[in-house]
Design a binder for this molecule. Structure first.
Ligand code: TRP
Length: 330
């Protein structure tokens, strides 16, 4: 039996790139399968770098509300906060006793931090590395293995971590016999979503278009999308146009053809941006209403997450009990 599981680290505002790269394909997958699906907010992973209480709790609610507002069906998908499921952390310790330290030395987030330290000329390459960051992949393995997840949708940068989970499970099984299910990463295959400056939309490039923001700010951002300086009447190439690339993700086939024709006969960039803005407004209107509703009732939102955690714990408890028996502590 297939179990699909993924985790979202609550960092920053959910943006169009997240929507097209993770939320939309994630919901499509969850809603189109009979398999069990779980989605959680990885707030304890976020604690490795976010040490402001109000920021962490706000970011967690923001991400949960975003997924719910975009249509996550709580009857089909169990949604919970990682920190509400203590079984995961017990398993994390157990798994750390089967994780070669060398695996963690090779983990890319840790290696990236070390190379930044090197570039900055720091003598201590571990400067600014806490044990949470170093052990990040062990906790992520526990997230996955605690639920016998088989399919783990992730961005490319996280595939290495899912491979670690697989290797750690294999080491455990080699010692105790088949106990843990080996997961595999599922890459969405979503092509690159361009941001305001045409590079991949990413928080680190500061070129994102947030899903949930004031209409005025939203329009202002769309108007900032980088274009060339061709005059309005000049024919425009739909290739390499951020405006066109974004528009076609949300418009119907005939709308796309219409805009293509308009590009070819000459369209002013201001007008093209307005067309994109109106399409996005129309598409996201119901999501925004739902989002605002959820964010203005944090108690309700917390209730949804707690009830998800209850369901998740019902799945985790018997599995952890068995694991403890298998290793000789239960
Ligand atoms: N590390 C993932 C990220 O930064 C988030 C995450 C935590 C996750 N635990 C997970 C993803 C388990 C998939 C499965 O995006």
């Amino acid at each position: 039996m297939k179990t699909i599981l993924t985790g979202i680290k609550p960092t920053g505002d959910v943006h169009l790139g997240n929507y097209l790269g993770a939320i939309r394909p994630g919901l499509k997958l969850a809603h189109s399968t009979k398999a069990q699906s779980l989605l959680f907010i990885a707030d304890y992973h976020c604690l490795t770098s976010m040490h402001k209480a109000s920021e962490l709790s706000q970011a967690t609610r923001h991400v949960a509300a975003s997924w719910l507002a975009c249509g996550l069906n709580t009857q089909k998908t169990i949604i919970y906060k990682q920190s509400d499921v203590p079984e995961i952390f017990e398993l994390s310790w157990i798994l750390s006793c089967f994780t070669p330290k060398g695996f963690m030395n090779r983990a890319h987030a840790y290696k990236a931090k070390q190379s930044t330290n090197k570039e900055d000329g720091k003598a201590d390459l571990d400067s600014g590395v806490n044990m949470g960051l170093f052990n990040y992949p062990v906790l992520m393995s526990a997230d996955i293995l605690m639920f016998n997840a088989t399919d783990v949708p992730v961005g490319e940068d996280q595939a290495q971590h899912v491979e670690f989970a697989r290797d750690i499970a294999q080491k455990f099984n080699n010692n105790y016999g088949d106990t843990l299910v080996l997961p595999k990463p599922i890459l969405s295959g979503q092509k690159l979503i361009p941001g305001l400056d045409g590079r991949k939309m990413s928080k680190s490039y500061k070129n994102t278009i947030p899903l949930f923001c004031e209409d005025k700010k939203f329009r202002k951002l769309i108007m900032k999308i980088k274009t060339d300086s061709l005059p309005p009447e000049a024919p425009k190439d739909i290739k390499n146009s951020t405006i066109f690339d974004l528009y076609k993700e949300f418009a119907t086939d005939s709308e796309v053809l219409k805009l293509k024709a308009h590009f070819e006969s000459g369209i002013g960039w201001g007008e093209a941006k307005q067309v994109l803005f109106e399409k996005l407004q129309e598409y996201f209107l119901p999501h925004r209403q739902k989002y605002n509703e959820l964010m203005s009732h944090p108690d309700e939102l917390d209730k949804i997450l707690l009830s998800g955690a209850e369901k998740a714990r019902q799945l985790a408890k018997p599995l952890l009990k068995n694991i403890k028996k298998v290793i000789g502590v239960g």
